[in-house]
Design a protein around this ligand. Structure first.
Ligand code: SF4
Ligand code: SF4
Length: 180
């Protein structure tokens, strides 16, 4: 009779086992109470959101996993994750969710919660500072295209002062400086 070998190594998993003692069950309620969180608990982990996401294949935590992590109360992992900031806000996941979970909007809420805790990646704070200072992120330089279309080559100036004023009146400065 053939000898059965005992497995010598644990199976490889993408994510470490969850430490139940570290779960924060208030996190689920917090997201739930936000304007986009109504249907959070209706998620039945079908992974349709992940199948629809154009970049989930390069994410450590996939969209359906992030939603599940919120339901479990994995506050630190979700709010410290790169993925909530890498989201393209293309709404493919949200459009297709059979349970009407507002996946993209919930990721927005998570970004706001992370920003309140000063957990904003440096590239995002850099963009925020640029926006505060200049009132716009990119300068339009398509003079040749405008010329081809018979338009005045010079792009009319944007009303950046109004944008700067709005940003000054909001807490954008505080958020991009990590709450300092
Ligand atoms: S598509 Fe909706 S129900 Fe399915 S896993 Fe994603 S959030 Fe949950
Ligand atoms: S909105 Fe974000 S999470 Fe949803 S499909 Fe697009 S990139 Fe993926």
């Amino acid at each position: 009779m053939a000898e059965t070998k005992e497995p010598t190594e644990l199976p490889v998993t993408l994510i470490d086992p969850i430490e139940m003692s570290k779960l924060d069950t208030r996190f689920r309620e917090e997201i739930h109470s936000m304007p986009n969180g109504d249907e959070l608990s209706a998620c039945f982990a079908c992974s349709t959101c992940t199948a629809a996401c154009p970049i989930a294949n390069i994410w450590k935590y996939k969209p359906h996993q992030l939603i599940r992590m919120m339901l479990l109360g994995m506050r630190d992992e979700v709010l410290s994750s790169d993925e909530i900031w890498l989201c393209l806000t293309c709404f493919q996941c949200q459009e297709r969710c059979p349970q009407k979970v507002r996946v993209t909007d919930i990721f927005f809420d998570c970004k706001n919660l992370a920003a309140e805790q000063g957990k904003v990646p440096p590239n995002i704070t850099g963009l925020g500072k640029e926006l505060l200072e200049k009132g716009q992120l990119y300068t339009v330089t398509a003079d040749w295209e405008r010329e081809d279309m018979g338009l005045e080559p010079e792009v009319p100036g944007l009303a950046v002062d109004a944008v700067k004023e709005i940003l000054k009146e909001t807490r954008t400065g505080k958020l991009v400086s990590g709450g300092e």
